[in-house]
Design a protein around this ligand. Structure first.
Ligand code: FES
Length: 371
């Protein structure tokens, strides 16, 4: 359920960001064209259903991110995970001013956003805000692409669509940034100011005037939302600290062909292995989806919690035996445990696809990894 929610909400947000970036790309034609295309491109999100879907996806995705931070046993992680983790933390404070300045301003004060008004704002009156726009664009896109890639690369059909996805992943933000820069250039040196003004006046709904009172209220809303986010983040970190402190006992771990070591409990087997430099296959990076981190429990004199629904579903999908668990989901209690990795630690997506096919047709071609 949580796995599906994370994927679905992430996809909704990614789609929204992609359409937003596509809209920015029309800045290469003109600011007027950006405003003209905003209607059709944003139409799916500009009705009550679209707004509800978008808001719910954003809130759920943030809550799931905080929950995953709470459950994390260690902050030591791979470079890819670190990129996704840091970009996830940066997105809310970078994005909130934009959301308040456009959506909240329109709904609460009737101040309708348009590229004709925002381009001079970003490029002439508040260049630091323009820089924040560029940052949020880049950070959000990187976060979305890394998340999408982590999910897609273990799908059997990924190889077929990958050649189209990689160029798009680069082209979409580059075109959006070029459009944003060209719009800034047009705002500073308007090509035909009279024509632009005429079109905007005739096509666009009339916006309420931007008063100092409205601006003050919007700044207050922005600061309040950012403070709420920071408070939620701080609470999560404090709760995580106490969770780890409470569950701390000693666990002895040994691998079938070495090594063996001790560690505090409270972390998943995969996290402990990472801390001790023991390589483990983990194609979905510990999200419990791929099953590549699975281990056979050779001996256990430790409290082993029963598998969660997420873990059980993945174990069933890979036809794992009863003595097999996912290293990324198993958090052993105090005592000792001996395990054997069932897949080579440096397995690649193409190997696992072959492996999945072989499971269905008979013989296993991949041998358990030796330490
Ligand atoms: S790392 Fe993918 S299921 Fe554990």
């Amino acid at each position: 359920m949580i796995r599906s929610l994370r994927i679905v909400t992430g996809l909704v947000l990614f789609l929204f960001v992609a359409t937003h970036l596509a809209n920015l790309g029309f800045g290469l034609v003109s600011i007027e064209m950006m405003d003209r295309m905003r209607g059709p491109l944003m139409a799916p999100w500009s009705n009550i259903l679209g707004e509800l879907l978008l808001t719910a996806s954003m809130l759920v995705h943030i809550v799931l991110g905080l929950q995953s931070l709470y459950r994390r046993g260690t902050l030591r992680m791979s470079k890819t995970d670190a990129v996704q983790f840091i970009t996830a933390l940066l997105i809310p404070p970078l994005l909130i001013p934009h959301v308040v300045g456009t959506i909240v301003a329109a709904k609460q004060f009737g101040i309708l956003p348009s590229y004709a008004s925002l381009s001079p704002y970003f490029w002439i009156y508040e260049p630091m805000e323009g820089l924040r726009q560029v940052l949020v664009l880049v950070v959000t896109w990187i976060h979305g692409c890394v998340g999408l890639f982590t999910w897609l690369r273990i799908q059997v059909w990924w190889d077929r669509i990958a050649p189209y996805c990689y160029p798009l992943a680069v082209a979409i933000p580059v075109v959006a940034l070029l459009g944003f820069v060209q719009a800034g250039n047009d705002a500073i040196n308007p090509p035909e100011p009279a024509a632009v003004e005429q079109v905007v006046q005739s096509d666009a709904p009339v916006s309420a005037p931007v008063t100092q009172e409205a601006l003050d209220a919007l700044f207050e809303i922005r600061d309040t939302i950012i403070l709420i986010y920071l408070a939620m983040l701080a609470l999560t970190l404090v709760a995580r600290y106490f969770r780890l402190r409470k569950s701390r006992s000693i666990l002895q771990i040994s691998y079938a062909k070495g090594p063996a070591f001790e560690h505090d409990t409270g972390l998943s087997l995969l996290e402990i292995a990472t801390v001790h430099g023991v390589p483990h296959a983990n194609l979905c990076r510990g999200r419990g989806r791929c099953g590549t981190c699975r281990v056979k429990i050779v001996e256990a004199d430790s409290e082993l919690p029963t598998a969660s629904d997420l873990e059980q579903k993945t174990l069933t999908r890979v036809h794992a035996g009863e003595d097999v668990r996912l290293a990324c989901q198993l958090i052993p209690g105090k005592g000792s445990i001996k395990v054997e990795r069932l897949l080579p630690p440096y397995i690649q997506p193409e190997d696992i696809k072959q492996y999945q096919q072989d499971i269905q047709t008979g013989p296993d071609t991949l041998q358990p990894e030796t330490a």
